[in-house]
Design a protein around this ligand. Structure first.
Ligand code: SF4
Length: 475
């Protein structure tokens, strides 16, 4: 049969996380929660979906944009729909995140028992290919941009291989336009997701970005990014989200890119390091090009914790100045903290409260350290005997919204840590604070207010689940 006559159907699957922004639900099942809280959770979850806070999975957008004659690709986002078992799929690709691996393996096993071929890829496959092998016909290790094309060509010719792997990262300088044809746009807060590059030059020990994407910054051609923004803008006038972990990592590149975006008059969100507060020209270019809000990883304001976890960029003393400078430029800030790092003590929550008040952070995100298997911190905590679950069960180290302790803090007894974390989130997140923060945000006031209201609920859920975990452990 000629290649063009073949019509292979490929489905790319995205699994929801068990809680957090995808679910706003207790980790222990809703039977455990009182009826009012249960009703409130259900209502809130449907409001979140209707408010379309969800964004599409970029990795699947990128893969579904790869065109190979004789292959038709679709996306199943299981945050919104059930798996379509009734359709005949030639290949199902599942993106596997550590912590969600159990669910991914269950679905893969179910499909394979029905005779459907399964390909697994994503962060978990890259870090732990051996544990994925029994659940897949095909594994894709590492960034899949080029490997996916090779795989689809093999699928079309009926010669698919068991493993696709490359020793080098894809050259992002090559043009690979992202398409949105496999997405149902109305489901999402925005479908205008743009990635300008990958890799991170830092090596924070709790993060796996530098392990998965390398320490060298790889950038797309500025002309490609600008034309993608212009193309997306024609069909969707909603906000743009630049998903790079640090959009200011290469200030010369970023300045040139965003100067070119000024005439397009978009509004955008992104993620940056606090170093931006000292990059004055770039900061004003960001503001001029329509930047509404940025997420910055503050992680810790304790010098001892920043040293212990190799968070080298920006000293703690410079953080207040940097944040004030970014907000003064008219950009709202989501500041992400981790409480419970190795230099933290029971005095840290009071310092975080003072810091949030002094900087007027628009959304303070207070996280508990989540040791992800494969990271340096995971190995260190394992050696020190501080992990609370079996280190070999990587699926136990799941994502939750501060709802579960996965390790013992160094300087604070576990029960006192949970009490102090709960007390901190209760003080920071109230309906009154949400309204005040929304009204005083430099830009994106309604989004800031909604996020704070949403977090007021999520942190109540966090307190509920942490209490529940303690009660179970005390049995
Ligand atoms: S936490 Fe941010 S700065 Fe640190 S390694 Fe990860 S991506 Fe880079």
């Amino acid at each position: 049969m000629a290649e063009k006559d073949v019509n292979r159907k490929v489905l790319l699957v995205f699994l929801p996380s068990e809680s957090g922004v995808d679910g706003a639900q207790s980790l222990y099942g809703e039977k455990e929660i009182n009826p009012f809280f249960n009703w409130f959770n259900h209502s809130l979850r449907s409001i979140i979906k209707q408010s379309q806070f969800a964004i599409p999975p970029l990795s699947l957008m990128i893969l579904s944009s790869v065109d190979v004659p004789g292959v038709e690709q679709s996306i199943c986002d299981m945050r919104f729909e059930k798996f379509p078992f009734d359709k005949p799929w030639d290949l199902v690709g599942i993106s596997v995140q550590t912590g969600m691996a159990k669910k991914a393996f269950e679905l893969a096993d179910q499909l394979r028992s029905r005779g459907v071929s399964v390909v697994l890829g994503g962060a978990h496959v890259t870090l732990f290919p051996r544990s994925c092998r029994p659940h897949a016909d095909v594994l894709v290790h590492g960034e899949a941009d080029d490997l996916w094309k090779e795989l689809l060509i093999d699928l079309a010719s009926g010669a698919i291989k068991p493993t696709y792997h490359s020793d080098t990262f894809p050259d992002l300088g090559l043009s690979r336009p992202v398409q949105k044809r496999a997405l149902i746009k109305s489901r999402y807060f925005t479908t205008n997701l743009i990635q300008t590059g990958r890799g991170c030059q830092y090596r924070c020990d709790f993060c796996n970005v530098h392990l998965l994407n390398g320490r060298a910054l790889r950038r797309r051609a500025i002309s490609d990014v600008v034309s993608e923004v212009a193309r997306f803008r024609e069909h969707d006038r909603r906000i743009f989200f630049f998903v790079d972990d640090s959009i200011n990592a290469d200030p010369v590149y970023a300045r040139e890119l965003f100067q070119k975006l000024v005439p397009l008059k978009i509004r955008w969100f992104g993620q940056a390091t606090t170093t931006l507060g000292q990059q004055h020209e770039l900061l004003s270019t960001f503001a001029d090009s329509g930047c509404q809000a940025l997420l910055v990883g503050i992680e810790s304001i304790e010098p001892a914790s920043r040293i212990a976890h190799k968070k080298s960029q920006n000293r703690a003393g410079e953080l207040v100045k940097a944040i004030t400078s970014i907000r003064d430029s008219g950009i709202s800030l989501y500041g992400s903290f981790i409480y419970g790092l190795d230099g933290d003590t029971l005095d840290t929550p009071a310092s975080i409260l003072d810091f949030v008040n002094a900087t007027k952070l628009d959304v303070p995100g207070i996280n508990i350290l989540r040791p992800t298997p494969g990271t340096q911190i995971f190995e260190r905590l394992r050696e020190e005997g501080r992990l609370l679950f079996d280190p070999l069960d990587s699926t136990a180290y799941r994502y939750s919204f501060g709802q579960e302790m996965l390790y013992s803090p160094k300087n604070i007894p576990l029960d006192l840590f949970v009490e102090s974390y709960s007390d901190l989130t209760q003080k920071l997140f109230t309906v009154k604070n949400a309204l005040t923060r929304g009204l005083s945000a430099p830009r994106a006031k309604s989004a800031v207010m909604l996020f704070n209201l949403f977090y007021t609920h999520l942190y109540a859920l966090s307190r509920h689940d942490l209490r529940h975990q303690q009660e179970m452990d005390g049995r």
